[in-house]
Design a protein around this ligand. Structure first.
Ligand code: NAD
Ligand code: 0WE
Length: 255
């Protein structure tokens, strides 16, 4: 029961394959109380039953492009919880057209969308969350990808966004460290989820990991969730500003 008594707010559940859903289940198993958000009305139908199966204290709409939506989440949450111990940010989006070909041709609008939803949203959420996190051994966790650091075909503007997200983790960690609040990221290896569906050559990406990663296998949502439990528990009380790879070791290989 590593998360007994902790209250966790989770952004980024779309369906049962979402990394955020595996994190929610693992947190529930470890004794955390949960609240979850969903991006659209269509997703509410999928998310609400999942949330109910882990007795979520609140299931709230939140399109992260809207400051009003983000504010609303925390005004509603304050009605049921006196504080928040854990924020999970598992949200990313770029327009499909930006995820093919090269980064050449990226539109101003496509860049802004990717940065708004995949990067600013973490800062926007933390702006509202921090008042409810004060005086607790609180932490936040976001999800990144190795495309932040190295060039992968088609990842394009998302690579730029993940680089900015990882820098945001470091700046946030420094800003809120004096309050005892920790900020980290998990850089996950490729996993078949909604966000990976329709990505050209995704099977090849998974195959490369199976051949090259030290563990010689792809990772699962549950692999990520177990590391998330550690990073958000008091076991990681001295860890902040960190990009923690859960990728079967892929990032250490040189060939
Ligand atoms: P997913 O599609 O299940 O999750 C992405 C989530 O982003 C969805 O729940 C979606 O509703 C949400 N979202 C998109 N636009 C939004 C908006 N405007 N407002 C609110 N929510 C919005 O896919 P996933 O693979 O679980 O992705 C979760 C995170 O993990 C993302 O940050 C992704 O970049 C990261 N990641 C994924 C992989 C992978 O291979 N699947 C690898 C490394 C990192
Ligand atoms: O971060 C991600 C997913 C990012 C993502 C994926 C999509 C596909 C559908 C963001 N926005 C969208 N928008 C859509 O319309 N990953 C790490 C998974 C991923 O996505 C890729 C990858 C990998 C790996 C895209 C291109 C190349 C590799």
């Amino acid at each position: 029961m590593l998360l007994q008594g902790k209250k966790a707010l989770i952004f980024g559940i779309a369906n049962e394959k979402s990394i955020a859903w595996a994190i929610a289940r693992a947190f529930h198993e470890q004794g955390a109380e949960l609240a979850v958000t969903y991006a659209t009305e269509t997703l509410e139908k999928r998310v609400r039953p999942l949330a109910e199966s882990v007795q979520a204290a609140a299931v709230l709409p939140c399109n992260v492009t809207s400051d009003d939506d983000i504010r609303h989440v925390f005004t509603e949450l304050a009605k049921v919880w006196d504080g928040v111990d854990i924020i999970i940010h598992s949200v990313a989006f770029a327009n499909k057209e930006e995820l093919k070909g090269t980064i050449v041709g990226t539109s101003r609008e496509g860049f802004a969308t990717a940065m708004d939803i995949s990067v600013y949203s973490f800062l926007g959420i933390m702006n509202q969350a921090l008042p409810m996190m004060q005086g607790r051994a609180a932490s936040a966790l976001t999800l990144s990808y190795y495309g932040a650091v190295k060039v992968f075909p088609n990842y394009n503007v998302m690579g730029v966004a993940k680089a900015a997200l990882e820098a945001s983790v470091r700046y946030l960690a420094e800003a809120v460290g004096p309050d005892g609040i920790r900020i980290n990221a998990i850089s996950a290896g490729p996993i078949r989820t909604l966000a990976a569906s329709g990505v050209n050559g995704f099977s090849q990406i998974l195959h490369n990991v199976e051949e090259r990663a030290p563990l010689r296998r792809t990772i699962t949502q549950e692999d990520v969730a177990r590391s998330a439990v550690y990073l958000c528990s008091d076991l990681a009380s001295g860890v902040t500003g960190e990009i923690h790879y859960v990728d079967g070791g892929f990032n250490v290989t040189g060939l």
